[in-house]
Design a protein around this ligand. Structure first.
Ligand code: CTP
Ligand code: MG
Length: 178
């Protein structure tokens, strides 16, 4: 194995919380390391209820779906990845309650990439026809993220990625029997 490679270990049954601003690379990371059916994405749920993954007015309905699917999966002891910004305590609270209810360990990956990178990636995504939430939203999200860090570090099995390079060093997420 290359010295730069990093293998992470997680329980084979757990709730994985991805936390980070828009453009930080949460969905890219999820797609690289988890099966499509393991990923519960707030954007996908927005699209399911409104045909538009960017429609913020669909958020309440979308998160009802996120929570429902997560509950069903955890009840069936299926590893579940929450692909949403998960920045606020009130965003995380219902998910942590589900994990407790179904005795699922919580694994948190926090994407602490700098705002300029997140903004640039949004812009590039926008140029390719995808979403670009813009600099104001990313700045607000970064503030929220920094504010929440002390609380976040206390949640379960916690890993922080400070840079895109740190994310890219993860070559494998190995699952061990829980
Ligand atoms: N990206 C990149 N290099 C990476 C990771 C992501 O260039 N190592 C690009 C992706 O291709 C995408 C953009 O950056 O166009 C944002 O990545 P994404 O995974 O979509 O970020 P999310 O954190 O999921 O953003 P959002 O909260 O808006 O869904
Ligand atoms: Mg995403």
């Amino acid at each position: 194995m290359d010295a730069a490679d990093t293998v992470l270990t997680i329980p084979d049954f757990c709730l994985v919380l991805l936390v980070g601003a828009s453009g930080a690379g949460k969905s890219t990371f999820a797609a690289r390391h988890f099966r499509p059916t393991e990923i519960v994405s707030s954007d996908t749920c927005r699209a399911l209820v409104s045909d538009d993954e960017a429609d913020q007015s669909a958020s309440a309905a979308a998160f009802e779906l996120v929570h429902m699917i997560t509950g069903k999966r955890l009840a069936a002891r299926r590893l579940t990845v929450i692909d949403a910004t998960n920045l606020k305590v009130r965003d995380r609270k219902p998910l942590l309650a589900l994990a407790r209810r179904f005795h699922a360990p919580v694994v948190t990956f926090a994407f602490l990439l700098d705002a300029a990178t997140c903004v640039a990636r949004n812009r590039e995504r926008g140029a390719r026809g995808g979403r670009d939430v813009g600099v104001e939203v990313v700045t607000m999200q970064q503030t929220e993220l920094r504010k929440g860090m002390p609380g976040l570090r206390r949640i379960g099995n916690f890993t922080a990625f400070e840079t895109g390079a740190a994310v890219d060093r993860i070559t494998e997420i190995r699952r061990v029997p829980s």
